[in-house]
Ligand binder design. Structure first.
Ligand code: GAP
Length: 444
C-alpha cells in the first residue's frame, strides 16, 4: 500500500485534502490523473447501467433533503456505529474494530486497556438550513444517494412511463462521519456512490437479486479487475438489515485484506413503504393488466466510486523490467489499467524536439486523436524515458513520429508511425489514417 499511496501522490492521482494545513482526516482530493480515472469509471458505469439499457433511467438528486426523509428511512434513529473511548489516550474507536490481546480489548493507539462501554454514534453529518440554528432547521448531509431515488420514485415513474421491472440510477456524493477513516481512500468521510434502485414485482425479487449480482461481477471484470480477486460474500441472516431478504457483498482482495466494494441488496418494499407512510403520499405502482396497486420491491446494487478507483489502482500496479534506450534492462513501475478506464489513452512523441517537421507532424496526430480520446503530448527526454513516464501512469498506447513518418527513408513508410503497446511493449507500424479507428476499437 505504501508504494501505491506514494505513486498516487507523486503522479497526481490522489492528494490529501487541505494538505498544506495538515490535511483533514477522511477527505481526499483527486489530481489531474485521478479525476480522469474516476470520470472514466463513472462514465462506464453510466453507459452500462443506463445508456445501454431500456429499463433504467437516471437522476441527480440534491445532497440536502428534508429531515423527514432521514426520519422515515430510519437513518436518524439507527444509522450508527458502536463507539468506545480509550480513557488513556482519549482516542475514539469503533467497538467492532478493536484488536484483542489475550482476549482483552486493547486500544490500537496506545495499547491501553481502560476502554469505555460501547455507545451508539450516529454517522450522519448534522447541519442547519438557513440562518437559524435550532431544532427546526436541522438536516443532514446525505449518507447514501439511494433515498433521493425513493422519494422521487413517483415523479420519475410518471415522466418516464416505465413498466416494472425498471430502475433509477444515480451517481453522487455521500457523507459519513466515520469513527475511524482508514486504508487510504477506502473508508472516507466524503465519498461517491454509484447506486441503482431496480424496482420489481415481489415475486421477481430473489431472481433479480441473482441477476444483478452476476451483472455487477461482469462489470468489474469489464473494467479490468481479475475475477479471481473478486469474492461474493452472502451476508448472513443475523447481519442483514431486518427488511432485507438477501444481500451479497462483492469484495476485492486489497493489499490490506479482502474488503467490500459493493453491496447488492434485496430491500423488499421497505423504503417506499416507509416514505409512503411518513409522507402520506401514495408511492404505489398501478399494474394495468392485473388492475392492481402495490408497492414495488427493490434490488439495490450500491457501489463506491472511490473504493473502485482504489481497487483499479491496486489491481493495475505492477513492477517489471524494460529495456532503456541502450537496450539495457531496467526496472519499471507500470499501471496495467484496462484501456477502457486508463486516464490517458495515448501519448504522442516526436522522436526529436528540435526537428520542426517531426514536431509539426506529432502535433497534427494529437489534433487528429483529441476529439476521440484523452491524448498526451510529450517531446522532452529520451524516448525510453518518455515511454517509462507513461507506463507509470498506465497509458496503454504510445505513438512515435520519426524520420520514416516524414518519408525520409522512402515512400513506403511515409505517414506511418510506431504504435507501442504498454504491457507487451510490442511495436507495430501503423498508418496515421488508420489510427483513430484502430485506437477507438481498443479503448471502448
Ligand atoms: N444505499 C446502500 C448503501 O449505502 P452501503 O453498503 O452502506 O450501502 C454502499 O454503501 C457502498 O458505498 C459500499 O459498498 C462502499 O463501496 C461505499 N462506501 C460506503 N461507506 C464508505 C466510506 N466510508 N468510504 C468510501 N466508500 C464507502
Amino acid at each position: 500500500m505504501e508504494k501505491i499511496v506514494s505513486l498516487c501522490k507523486r503522479r497526481g492521482f490522489i492528494f490529501q485534502s487541505s494538505e498544506i494545513y495538515g490535511g483533514l482526516n477522511g477527505a481526499w482530493d483527486y489530481g489531474p490523473l485521478g479525476v480522469e480515472l474516476k470520470r472514466n469509471l463513472k462514465d462506464y458505469w453510466w453507459r452500462t447501467m443506463v445508456h445501454e439499457r431500456d429499463d433504467v433511467v437516471g437522476m441527480d438528486g440534491s445532497i440536502l433533503m428534508n429531515r423527514a426523509v432521514w426520519k422515515a428511512s430510519g437513518h436518524e434513529e439507527t444509522f450508527t456505529d458502536p463507539m468506545v473511548d480509550c480513557r488513556t489516550c482519549k482516542a475514539r474507536l469503533r467497538a467492532d474494530q478493536i484488536p484483542q490481546k489475550n482476549g482483552v480489548p486493547q486500544c490500537p493507539n496506545c495499547g491501553g486497556k481502560d476502554l469505555t462501554e460501547p455507545r451508539s454514534f450516529n454517522l450522519m453529518f448534522k447541519t442547519y438550513v438557513g440562518a437559524t440554528e435550532d431544532e427546526s432547521s436541522i438536516t443532514y448531509l446525505r449518507p447514501e444517494t439511494a433515498q433521493s431515488i425513493f422519494v422521487q420514485f413517483k415523479n420519475v415513474l410518471d415522466v418516464s412511463r416505465k413498466k416494472l421491472p425498471f430502475g433509477i440510477a444515480q451517481i453522487g456524493k455521500a457523507f459519513r462521519n466515520e469513527i475511524n477513516p482508514r486504508n487510504f481512500t477506502f473508508r472516507s468521510r466524503e465519498f461517491e456512490q454509484m447506486e441503482l434502485e431496480y424496482f420489481c414485482r415481489p415475486e421477481q425479487g430473489m431472481e433479480l437479486l441473482e441477476y444483478w449480482k452476476e451483472e455487477r461481477l461482469k462489470f468489474y471484470e469489464d473494467i479490468g479487475i481479475a475475477r479471481e480477486k473478486l469474492h461474493v460474500l452472502t451476508v448472513p441472516d443475523a447481519e442483514r438489515a431486518f427488511y432485507s431478504k438477501g444481500t451479497y457483498d462483492i469484495e476485492y482482495e486489497f493489499p490490506f485484506g479482502r474488503q467490500e466494494l459493493e453491496g447488492v441488496a434485496y430491500r423488499t418494499d421497505y423504503d417506499l413503504s416507509q416514505h409512503q407512510n411518513a409522507s402520506g403520499k401514495p408511492l404505489e405502482y398501478f399494474d394495468e393488466e392485473a388492475k392492481q396497486k402495490f408497492i414495488p420491491h427493490v434490488i439495490e446494487p450500491s457501489a463506491g466510486v472511490d473504493r473502485t478507483v482504489l481497487a483499479l489502482i491496486c489491481e493495475a500496479y505492477d513492477e517489471d523490467t524494460a529495456p532503456d534506450d541502450k537496450g539495457k534492462q531496467e526496472s519499471r513501475i507500470v499501471l496495467r489499467f484496462s484501456p477502457r478506464i486508463a486516464p490517458i489513452k495515448c501519448a504522442v512523441f516526436p522522436l526529436l524536439k528540435n526537428k520542426e517537421p517531426l514536431v509539426a507532424k506529432a502535433r497534427a496526430v494529437v489534433n487528429l486523436l483529441r476529439p476521440h480520446m484523452n491524448v498526451f503530448y510529450d517531446e522532452t527526454g529520451a524516448i525510453g524515458r518518455r515511454y517509462r513516464r507513461q507506463d507509470e501512469i498506465g497509458t496503454p498506447f504510445g505513438i512515435t513520429i520519426d524520420f520514416e513518418t516524414l518519408g525520409e527513408r522512402g515512400d513506403d513508410f511515409r505517414d506511418t508511425v510506431t504504435l507501442r503497446e504498454r504491457d507487451s511493449m510490442k511495436q507495430e507500424r501503423v498508418k496515421i489514417a488508420d489510427l483513430v479507428q484502430l485506437l477507438v476499437a481498443r479503448i471502448s
